[in-house]
Design a binder for this molecule. Structure first.
Ligand code: NAD
Length: 484
């Protein structure tokens, strides 16, 4: 029998108010139930927001170094169970075990990084125009915050929101994606065991359409940090604006690799394949367009198609798997529908383009690594986020046209250029509309100590991670202190 897990509200682990549950399934073997989780609704969300409000004064008074110590302890606990959490991640999300281990290790680093941030200065002292005034600006918490996260990085994203929120003295309601609750449960469990007081972190696993709006509407919630789709993000933004509360949105991408005429083509293929196919293309920073200068297009597309068709697709738990399944039946349908759209729009399929069939493939959501060639900028597959192992090859006359094509989408999360020419690399860095730029490396990847986020429709609000997280999770109180 699979284990039944519980939500954490006000320091107590418990079921959803109505007792509803939902199975957490393995996308590589859809009949396998990994765990059973509560399917919380509005009532649970309201209780969690109340618990966070009740816990706030005590947590805000807790000295920052003490908050940091709890994060450090949680990092150690998460590191001790790294293998178990990585396996849970592969079983509920599908990515390979190597990628899962990397993600859990990143969660550990994030907890450590924000434990360190808890020892950093919390404000600035200014010279006042008045000789008797002590003038300073102090960063203070926002109070209870709601953190709403997607399924594709179910350890890293909750951690990079929860850790700074807690370090800076906020209390939290975490609403993870319904598809991947087990990893978020581990995060809540290690923080609970590390000694967080009751109500400081509340975990509500449940339906997004119920729990999300109830949290955003709760008068206790003073800010929302969201990562997910543009459709949900833009609705949330309107709700937050209506209430006049702070929000931060990290959303979709349509990230390009630009391969210039002087590029090392093996390097260009390596960068494109890793960016497009790892995590089955389900990263907000995944490569979904590759814009190639005409002179090297023939050589590049042959090598890319050969490499893509040679990738080992299978259960992420197997050591030789390069690419696992898509996360769900819905995700598989969306990707297969986009492949049909691409064919109808007149793009040429170089490899892949279908569901994989036979033996283990029939059990899960496996789609072949897919490469389209001859893609024009007006095609939907060049503009819309597919979120699967599908990459569109586009031709560019020269550097200027390549950058113009790369910038020609509503998104601006990450971008990469492959070149040996330092001058062109620098021009690319200046001219590309993206929040994250790579030179000779894949579009995906994020280190915890630097800001993360995009331009245009990819993000809204201040950046996540690194010191940038402080901008979102604190507000500034300016104090004029005069002697009595
Ligand atoms: P999603 O928008 O469907 O869901 C995200 C979260 O929002 C989930 O927890 C979901 O339950 C919740 N939700 C659903 N309806 C809601 C509502 N009405 N109100 C409030 N919350 C609601 O996204 P997803 O399918 O989980 O994730 C994939 C998307 O996330 C992709 O578009 C991807 O690009 C994006 N993403 C962005 C980043 C980034 O940092 N920019 C990182 C990872 C994923």
């Amino acid at each position: 029998m699979e284990r039944q897990y519980l939500n954490l509200i006000g320091g107590k682990w418990g079921p959803a108010a109505g007792g509803a549950t939902s199975p957490d399934r393995n996308p590589a073997r859809r009949d396998e139930v990994v765990a059973v989780f509560p399917s919380a609704g509005k009532e649970d969300a309201i209780r969690a927001a109340e618990a966070a409000a009740e816990a706030f004064p005590g947590w805000a008074r807790t000295p920052m170094p003490k908050r940091g110590e709890i994060l450090l302890k949680a990092a150690a606990l998460l590191e001790q169970r790294l293998d178990a959490v990585a396996e849970a991640l592969t079983c509920e999300e599908g990515k390979t075990l190597a990628e899962s281990k990397g993600e859990v290790a990143r969660g550990v680093s994030l907890l450590r990084y924000y434990a360190g941030e808890a020892l950093q200065p919390t404000g600035e002292v200014y010279g006042s125009a008045s000789p008797s005034t002590f003038l300073f600006a102090e960063r203070v918490p926002l109070r209870p915050v709601a953190l709403i996260t997607p399924w594709n990085f179910p350890v890293a994203i909750p951690t990079w929101k929860v850790a700074p929120a807690l370090a800076f003295g906020n209390t939290v309601v975490l609403k993870p994606a319904e598809l991947t609750p087990l990893t978020a449960w581990h995060l809540a469990d290690v923080l609970d065991k590390a000694g967080l007081p009751p109500g400081v972190l509340n975990l509500v696993v449940g339906r997004g359409s119920q729990v999300g709006p109830a949290l955003v509407e709760s008068s206790h919630i003073k800010a929302v940090s969201f990562t997910g789709s543009n459709t949900v993000g833009s609705k949330l933004a309107a709700q937050c604006a209506e209430r006049g509360i702070k929000f931060q949105l990290e959303m979709g991408g349509k990230n390009p690799v630009v391969v210039l005429g002087d590029a090392d083509l093996d390097k260009a293929v390596e960068v494109t394949i890793a960016g497009a196919m790892l995590s089955t293309g389900q990263k907000c920073t995944a490569t979904s367009r590759v814009i190639v200068q005409r002179d090297v297009l023939d050589g590049f597309r042959q090598r890319l198609a050969a490499k893509a068709s040679s990738l080992k697709v299978g259960d992420g738990l197997k050591a030789d798997t390069y690419m696992g399944p898509l996360v769900s039946a819905d995700a598989e349908k969306t990707v297969l529908d986009y492949i049909e759209v691409g064919k109808h729009e007149g793009a040429r399929l170089l490899t892949g383009g279908s569901k994989l069939q036979g033996s283990e493939y029939d059990q899960g959501y496996f789609v072949a690594p897919t490469v389209f060639d001859g893609v024009r900028p007006d095609m939907r597959i060049a503009q819309e986020e597919i979120f699967g192992p599908v990459v569109a090859v586009m031709e560019a006359r020269d550097f200027d046209q390549a950058v113009a094509l790369a910038n020609d989408t509503r998104f601006g999360l990450s971008a990469s250029v492959v070149t040996r020419d330092l001058g062109l690399a620098l021009r690319f860095i200046r001219e590309i509309d993206a929040g994250i730029v790579h030179v000779n490396s894949q579009t995906a990847g994020a280190e915890p100590q630097v800001p993360f986020g995009g331009f245009k429709g990819s993000s809204s609000g201040t950046r996540e991670q690194g010191k940038a997280a402080r901008e979102f999770f604190t507000q500034i109180k300016t104090v004029y202190l005069d002697p009595p």
